[in-house]
Write a protein that binds this ligand. Structure first.
Ligand code: KIV
Length: 278
């Protein structure tokens, strides 16, 4: 498998990425990356860098809104940030997470929420968590022309049921259920499936079993794609991080240095200098 930053963008740099490009990537054996973003300027940078998929995750609640989990996030909060991301990213595929309580009641509730995500949020697709009853929800949305990304394994909106953020699918029964859910979601028309915090051999089984791309986070290297949260990638998060996080930068230290320099230059009367003054 080779690594490709942006499916099909090399041949047509100004064409927006579609769900079909992602499937074609899997068929060609080309891995791709997805990243979260929550505002227009970050989204514009990712778009410019050719990141094919931007997820406006409900991780928004934890990394930007100060909630303890994703459970309190509302659809209006998601729409506010999804609109900003969609404005910033004309080429990347923008996926808006449906937050807890806005789709679990069934197909019509999910349809109403997903329509808002596309019409008011400007997203190209929605993501929803879970298998089982979410298969019918997925089929309903897809029939209505709404692209759906599935999400299996550790589904953070169910953290209260799991009793914490724990690796899922460890025993064979749970593993078999997860493979069956993934196949059912793909059959229902999901265009990709996030696999979060599951053993790598299970992720490999799912990746082989479904024709659509699997997007791993804490699911090992066999997935067709990988996703990280913006704040984790850049080293902006504090505290104990999950094992799967790789910090590619230490922006927290960089930002702290800049803020300290500003505060001290203001105190010393060094800033603004003549070159900053009209
Ligand atoms: O909300 C989110 O950012 C997510 C990703 C971690 C997959 O669901």
């Amino acid at each position: 498998m080779s690594v490709h930053a942006a499916p099909d963008r090399a041949s047509s740099p100004s064409r927006p990425v579609s769900i079909h490009d992602l499937r074609a990537s899997k068929e060609r054996g080309e891995r791709f990356a997805m990243l979260t973003a929550y505002d227009a300027s970050s989204a514009a940078l990712l778009d410019e860098l050719g990141v094919p998929v931007i997820l406006v995750g409900d991780s928004l609640g934890m990394v930007a809104l100060g909630y303890e989990s994703t459970v309190p996030v509302t659809l209006d909060e998601m729409l506010h940030h999804t609109r900003a991301v969609a404005r910033g990213a004309p080429h990347s595929l923008v996926v808006g997470d449906l937050p807890f309580g806005t789709y679990q009641d069934g197909p019509s509730q999910a349809f109403a929420s997903a329509v808002r995500m596309l019409k008011e949020g400007g997203a190209n697709a929605v993501k929803l968590e879970g298998g089982g009853p979410m298969v019918e929800v997925t089929a309903h949305l897809v029939r209505a022309g709404i692209p759906v990304m599935g999400h299996l394994g550790l589904t953070p909106q169910s953290v209260n049921q799991f009793g914490g953020f724990k690796v899922q699918g460890r025993d064979e029964e749970a593993a078999e259920q997860l493979v069956a859910d993934a196949i059912a979601l793909a059959d229902a028309g999901a265009f990709a499936i996030v696999l979060e915090c599951i053993p790598e051999d299970l992720a490999a089984r799912v990746t082989t079993a479904v024709p659509v791309p699997t997007i791993g986070i804490g699911a090992g290297p066999s997935c067709d794609a990988q996703v990280l949260v913006w704040h984790d990638l850049l080293g902006l998060t504090t505290g104990r991080l999950p094992r799967f996080v790789k910090q590619y930068a230490d922006l927290r230290s960089e930002v702290a240095g800049a803020v300290k320099a500003f505060v001290s230059e203001v105190a010393d009367g060094e800033y603004p200098g003549p070159e900053h003054t009209y």
